[in-house]
Design a protein around this ligand. Structure first.
Ligand SMILES: NC(=O)c1ccc[n+]([C@@H]2O[C@H](COP(=O)([O-])OP(=O)(O)OC[C@H]3O[C@@H](n4cnc5c(N)ncnc54)[C@H](O)[C@@H]3O)[C@@H](O)[C@H]2O)c1
Ligand SMILES: [Zn+2]
Ligand SMILES: [Zn+2]
Length: 383
């Protein structure tokens, strides 16, 4: 079947709205109509090249280029059809995208670490996770890749069963889409990876779709102070509405006040969620972190940059730690439904996260607004 999709054809280009031919699902695959897609910063990294492998890595992967690629890894939709052997969803079911597939059987899935599922490797190589062949083609017959193998910027996509999670049909699909990446990643960065404890002082750096949910998670975990850092005033105001107790325009500006309010102890947890994380930012993050404190790296750094300013003497002598996280170190199959249940019961704020809704054709305007700091989250809504 034909679908419209936002495709990126090369670095530093606009998203192009193309017709994509989507083939029927084979064994272990489903056809999904994406109804809502979130404009996460991670897709922007495809445009800037921060998440595009260098030539040596492409050679290793047997790829000439990552492009063309349908974008989008945050989304929610409805199952149109299922291939042979699919058991977890059926036609008509509502699903959340899961940008990390979960097989449920590998070493990581079976030990409660679905965010590290071995199938994740399949999202970086050409073709379907299931059998390596293609289901999506441009008009000229060229196969087109799918961001995280879900490609939520397409009206319809063929994806592995492992990449979708059934959700209750009464939930608004906009809420489901938000939870599928930004909410889970930010909330889990605070509650799970940073392991925020009641009474903690927590700093969240960068208040976009991810950081705002780290604020929300830190507050829910009982932090005494949730200090939100963002250069954009609107983001700081929004952070206060979502649970922050203090805000600052930069990490540097936060240093002296955090020292004063903690009587020199500094923050217990510092969560890094800026749009792009440059290695030198870790020096100030470390200065904001107190003895025994934890820095969580959630934001993406340019893939090829291999250095960060961490003072290892200070790290050792003050017993600090730096932790990376993918998907907030949560389990998509358990935690996406869990977060949606908390939303339904009024504990988790989701409606407040959407700043603007766009049509697929207006995706470039949506990303301009994200870059200019106008959106907490923009979402594409397909009629
Ligand atoms: N680890 C994961 O699993 C995962 C998942 C999703 C997104 N991400 C990454 O998380 C990051 C945030 O994504 P997002 O969608 O929230 O982005 P966003 O663009 O919506 O928000 C980023 C915010 O950071 C602010 N910012 C930029 N530089 C800053 C600085 N020096 N100090 C303080 N604030 C600064 C911006 O003003 C903006 O408000 C991105 O790098 C994204 O790729 C990681
Ligand atoms: Zn994302
Ligand atoms: Zn697995």
């Amino acid at each position: 079947m034909k679908a419209k999709a936002a495709v990126i054809h090369g670095l530093h280009q606009d998203w192009s709205i193309d017709d994509v031919e989507v083939h029927a699902p084979k064994a272990g695959e489903v056809l999904v109509q994406w109804k809502v897609a979130g404009l996460c910063h991670s897709d922007e990294h495809l445009v800037t090249g921060d998440m595009v492998p260098p030539k040596e890595l492409l050679d290793m992967m047997g790829l000439e280029s990552m492009f063309p690629m349908v974008g989008g890894h945050e989304g929610a939709g409805v199952i149109l059809d299922v291939g042979p052997g699919v058991t977890s969803v059926k036609k008509g079911d509502h699903v959340s995208a899961s940008f990390i597939p979960s097989c449920g059987r590998c070493r990581y899935c079976s030990t409660g670490r679905q965010n590290l599922c071995d199938l994740g490797a399949g999202t970086m190589v050409p073709g379907m996770i299931t059998d390596g062949t293609h289901r999506h083609f441009l008009n000229n017959g060229t196969p087109v890749g799918m961001m995280a193998k879900v490609g939520t910027f397409s009206e319809v996509a063929c994806v592995a069963e492992a990449s979708v999670i059934k959700v209750d049909p009464d939930l608004p699909l906009e809420s489901v889409a938000l939870v599928s990446c930004g909410v889970a990643t930010g909330w889990g960065s605070a509650t799970n990876r940073a392991d925020v404890q009641p009474g903690d002082t927590v700093v969240v750096v960068g208040i976009g779709g991810i950081g705002i949910n780290a604020v929300q998670g830190a507050k829910m975990a009982g932090a005494k102070r949730v200090i939100a850092v963002d250069p954009v005033e609107f983001k700081r105001e929004k952070a206060m509405e979502m649970g922050a107790t203090h805000t600052f325009a930069s990490m540097e500006e936060a240093l002296a006040p955090v020292m004063e309010m903690t009587w020199g102890q500094m923050a217990d947890r510092v969560i890094m969620t800026p749009g792009v994380l440059h290695g030198e930012m870790m020096e100030t993050a470390q200065n904001l972190t107190g003895k025994g404190g934890t820095m969580v790296v959630t934001a993406i750094s340019p893939m090829t940059s291999g250095t960060a300013s961490i003072n290892l003497f200070n790290l050792a002598m003050f017993n600090k730690e730096v932790k990376g996280t993918i998907f907030g170190s949560l389990n998509p199959r358990a935690d996406i439904p869990k977060l949606l249940g908390m939303y339904r019961d009024g504990q988790l704020k989701l409606d407040e996260l959407i700043t603007r809704r766009y049509k697929l054709a207006d995706i470039n305007e949506g990303y301009r607004a994200m870059r200019d700091g106008e959106n907490i989250r923009g979402v594409i809504v397909n009629d």
